[in-house]
Design a protein around this ligand. Structure first.
Ligand SMILES: [Zn+2]
Length: 234
């Protein structure tokens, strides 16, 4: 029999990957140990009951704090839909549609840069982890167009707060280079703090919801993670 010797680092990693501190899930109510998730792993990231990640729990927290946003009859459009978020929203409104560029992955096949929906047809748009994959200027303009007056887009994207400018580089063309420069094989830029200006440029009024204590420790959130609440003024 082969003996596998683990380094102290590997032993620590394995001991924490199935849960480090007990947490609470604001999507499904689970209380207990969350699983690690991601490469490299983030401890206590994934709820074992509903598979929510930190960003999904941050969104649920904001929606729970703002119960007027989702009422029955609110028209919700959800891009690149995460199933756990879809279930949460569908419990609050029957008028929910998921959307994706890939056929068969959602209720609607939509290109966010050219959304095949009429002007002013949605009340709430959820769009997490999409803008870093696409032409964000086109996408934000389209989100603005399809929202009704006073509608909101809930946006989340990776960005570096201490970079004043978004990093874009036309030399970067291969998946391996995109991973190295932008953090994932299919990301096309890494946003800086000016992501806010890019959202406002499309005409949105901007608010932010940031993961702070005591919610970070209680719900297993990423410190400082930010959801942009982009409102189309009426
Ligand atoms: Zn859960």
């Amino acid at each position: 029999m082969r003996t596998v010797l683990l380094t102290p680092y590997e032993q620590t990693l394995l001991s924490r990957i199935e849960g480090f501190y007990p947490r609470e899930c604001c999507l499904c109510g689970f209380k207990g140990f969350f699983r690690g998730f991601g490469h490299p792993p983030r401890y206590d990231a994934c709820c074992p009951q509903c598979e929510s990640l930190e960003r999904h729990r941050l969104l649920a927290l904001w929606l729970n704090n703002n119960p007027d946003i989702l009422k029955n009859g609110t028209t919700v459009l959800h891009f690149a839909p995460e199933e756990v978020v879809g279930r949460f929203v569908r419990r609050r409104t029957h008028d929910y549609k998921s959307a994706d560029l890939e056929p068969g992955r959602a209720d609607l096949m939509l290109n966010i840069e050219q959304i095949a929906l009429p002007d002013a047809s949605c009340d709430v748009i959820i769009c997490f982890d999409v803008l870093e994959h696409v032409d964000d200027r086109k996408a934000l303009k389209e989100l603005m167009r399809v929202l009704r007056p006073n509608g909101i887009a809930l946006l989340r994207t990776p960005f570096v707060e201490s970079w004043s400018q978004t990093y874009e580089n036309p030399q970067i063309q291969t998946p391996a280079d995109r991973y190295l420069h932008f953090g994932q094989e299919d990301h096309v830029r890494y946003f800086g703090a000016d992501v806010r200006d890019r959202i406002r440029f499309a005409g949105f009024q901007l608010e932010e919801f940031v993961a702070i204590e005591p919610d970070v420790s209680r719900y297993g959130l990423v410190r400082g993670e930010t959801i942009f609440i982009a409102r189309k003024l009426g």
